[in-house]
Design a protein around this ligand. Structure first.
Ligand code: HEC
Length: 147
């Protein structure tokens, strides 16, 4: 009876630890965030390419994802997360953290301004994609390792 209880408790603990460990690895969190960014950008690009009709809700959702993500994205690079989980983060991030944060803030600010104005048609979404794409590129160029 007692042994059984201990076993059950241990099992419960290890399940919790496993789940928390997987969810908390910053390399995994930041990759998930960036996948969300890819999807958000994809929503806009589909409109520009004519794959989907202009839809204000999609534009709003994409821009909101970018604004929200950039608020916490730079926090996902604590010391000790430089490698592991197949991260593509460049070591330069930890050498130039202020610049890295500034690049995240730039995208956040641009997305926020676009959200306030809300691109109203396909052409305006095209212009937004140019601005935002340059921000993605500016950071990736220096801070994302290419395979
Ligand atoms: C402030 C810097 C920064 C900005 C701005 C930025 N990224 Fe990233 N991105 C990164 C870094 C760093 C990685 C690699 C993360 C890792 O592997 O740990 C990455 C990885 C990615 C990935 C791969 C995710 C995966 O599953 O491995 C995608 C997709 C992506 N970014 C899309 C975008 C898009 C789209 C934008 C613009 C809307 C954007 N990023 C803006 C820094 C940035």
């Amino acid at each position: 009876m007692k042994l059984k209880t201990v076993f059950a408790a241990t099992l419960a603990l290890s399940v919790v630890a496993g789940a928390v460990g997987a969810a908390e690895a910053p390399q995994v969190v930041r990759k998930d965030m960036m996948e969300g960014m890819g999807k958000a950008m994809g929503g806009l690009v589909n409109i520009v390419k004519g794959k989907t009709e202009y839809n204000a809700d999609v534009v709003k959702a994409s821009l909101t994802t970018m604004v929200d993500t950039m608020k916490t994205f730079p926090d996902q690079f604590p010391a000790g997360s430089e490698t592991g989980h197949k991260t593509e983060a460049s070591p330069k991030i930890w050498q130039n953290m202020d610049d890295f944060k500034a690049k995240a803030a730039k995208l956040g600010t641009d997305a926020s301004a676009l959200l306030a104005a809300l691109p109203a048609d396909k052409a305006a979404v095209g212009a937004a994609v140019k601005t935002l794409g340059a921000d993605c590129g500016a950071c990736h160029e220096t801070y994302r390792l290419k395979d």
